[in-house]
Design a binder for this molecule. Structure first.
Ligand SMILES: *Cc1c(COP(=O)(O)O)cnc(C)c1O
Length: 459
């Protein structure tokens, strides 16, 4: 390794240490927001024929991290992942250092076995004694595997003959399903018009805001209906799947063992560094038979050293594939599986705590009285709207509050929380308690800070 490169790496580790310490300190900002033109003035992003010195590059690295969103900050709640897990980060570092592709046992002997162990553990948590699975680049892609498998199971010759001769296929899902279901319909050539969005009433919508499952009736019952009609049931547990780890809350997933396939993102509630998503199915051979092409330069059938069924690349949509298994394996090895369950319980406790504070506080109103999982949706009503009677006008004014609160918190850098409208419900705050480090005090902070920003809002 060249000396300058070595020195750069050492210094980079120092910068990372400093960045994480800074990010985790509540005294510091979640984000130091700058407009694009300001950022371009602060950092020389241009690429030139000649290289830069270590000092120049390290300064740019420091700035790059500084002006990024500090997702490890205890008051970062904008996404369904938040905080940093040092065991997981160690795994990520080693994954990058090993820098291999997990398509064959030959290129990733240890990681291949780790992936197998993690996927098997996940299947057992679902309640399947057999099956198959693969780590994919996110929940959207895991959903895609599920819907592709559904089609392949019914029409296996679509692999070779294509789909022109098939009857018009339909996907049934909830009107509140993640938009990736539509993306899959585009990709598979079904078209978004053939995604049937089953309606649900308002309060139910609200309850399901990006919640656990795409079900309108209990999953358990849905599974029975699907079985009776020979319909493939794919459960999008990208967010909610992690509650399977909790002994006290896994009942929320009752019936999941009857599904044909499941998408589950441990990079959300389980704090595995972004990204880590598994596609799991109880059908043992379907992935391989659906996707295997036996590329002769990777998956030679006459390999002499090992059982080629370990070459998982032949059942993946990808060729080269990032090793997403090491970091989750390391976290579960170090912390134990029971830790993950306790962590989910802690996050649910925090969500319940926030819900209770909102209930008793003037100016705050829950969208759903009893949320099921770690998302608490609520409106904040600024003083200028208090006492104004319900009307379309009030609703339109309330709709403008959340974007103002959001702009206020980002400019102050004090916290980040998402907002959204839902059907004809006006914009509300969509708070998710998945953070590694947020506490009850942070929940109080959130409400106080919204009140502080909201005090002078005019709509
Ligand atoms: C996050 C999420 C997805 C998408 O997962 P990505 O990893 O972002 O592609 C899909 N469905 C649900 C329910 C999710 O919460």
């Amino acid at each position: 390794m060249d000396r300058e490169g070595q020195e750069l790496f050492k210094a980079a580790l120092g910068i990372v240490h400093e960045f994480l310490a800074t990010s985790q300190d509540r005294q510091n900002k979640v984000v130091d927001f700058k407009q694009p033109a300001e950022l371009l003035a602060l950092m020389d992003l241009s690429l030139r024929q000649e290289g830069a010195t270590n000092a120049e590059v390290l300064e740019l690295c420091t700035k790059a991290l500084h002006y990024s969103v500090h997702t490890a900050h205890p008051r970062m709640f904008n996404t369904l992942f938040s905080g940093i897990d040092m065991v997981g980060l160690s795994g990520t570092l080693m994954t990058s250092a090993a820098n291999t592709s997990v398509y064959t046992y030959e290129m990733a002997p240890v990681f291949n076995l780790m992936e197998k162990e993690v996927l098997q553990t996940m299947r057992e948590l679902i309640g399947w004694s057999a099956g198959s699975g693969i780590f994919s680049p996110g929940g959207s892609v895991s959903n895609m595997y599920g819907l592709m498998a559904a089609r392949y199971r019914r029409f296996p010759d679509s692999k070779t003959k294509g789909c022109a001769h098939l009857p018009q296929l339909k996907i049934f899902t909830s009107c509140q399903a993640h938009y990736s279901v539509d993306k899959v319909a585009i990709l598979m050539g079904l078209g978004t018009d053939n995604v049937v969005k089953v309606k649900c009433d308002h309060m139910y919508w609200a309850q399901q805001v990006r919640l656990c499952w795409q079900h309108l009736i209990p999953l358990d019952k849905m599974a029975d209906i699907c079985q009776a009609h020979n319909v493939w049931l794919h459960v999008d547990g990208s967010y909610g799947g992690s509650c399977l780890m909790s002994k006290t809350h896994r009942h929320l997933c009752k019936g999941i063992e009857k599904a044909d396939s499941v998408a589950w993102n441990p990079h959300k509630g389980l704090h595995v560094p972004f990204q880590c998503s598994a596609f799991l199915t109880r059908h043992e051979d379907i992935l391989r038979s659906m996707l295997s092409l036996r590329a002769s330069y990777l998956f030679q059938k006459d390999k002499l050293l090992y059982d080629v069924s370990l070459d998982t690349g032949d059942m993946s949509l990808q060729c080269g594939r990032v090793n997403d298994a090491f970091k989750i394996w390391l976290m579960w090895k170090k912390n134990g599986l029971a830790w993950a369950g306790r962590e989910i319980d802690r996050q649910l406790g925090l969500a319940n705590y926030l819900r209770d504070r909102i209930r008793e506080r003037d100016g705050f109103e829950l969208v759903v009285q009893d949320q099921q999982y770690t998302n608490v949706c609520f409106w904040y009503t600024p003083p200028c709207l208090r006492g104004v009677a319900e009307s379309d006008d009030r609703k339109q004014r309330l709709n403008k509050v959340a974007p103002k609160l959001k702009a206020g918190m980002v400019l102050a850098g004090s916290m980040m929380i998402c907002y959204q409208p839902l059907g004809d419900l006006p914009n509300f705050m969509r708070m998710v308690t998945v953070s590694t480090s947020a506490t009850e005090d942070d929940m109080e902070f959130i409400l106080n800070e919204l009140e502080r920003i909201g005090a002078c809002i005019q709509v």
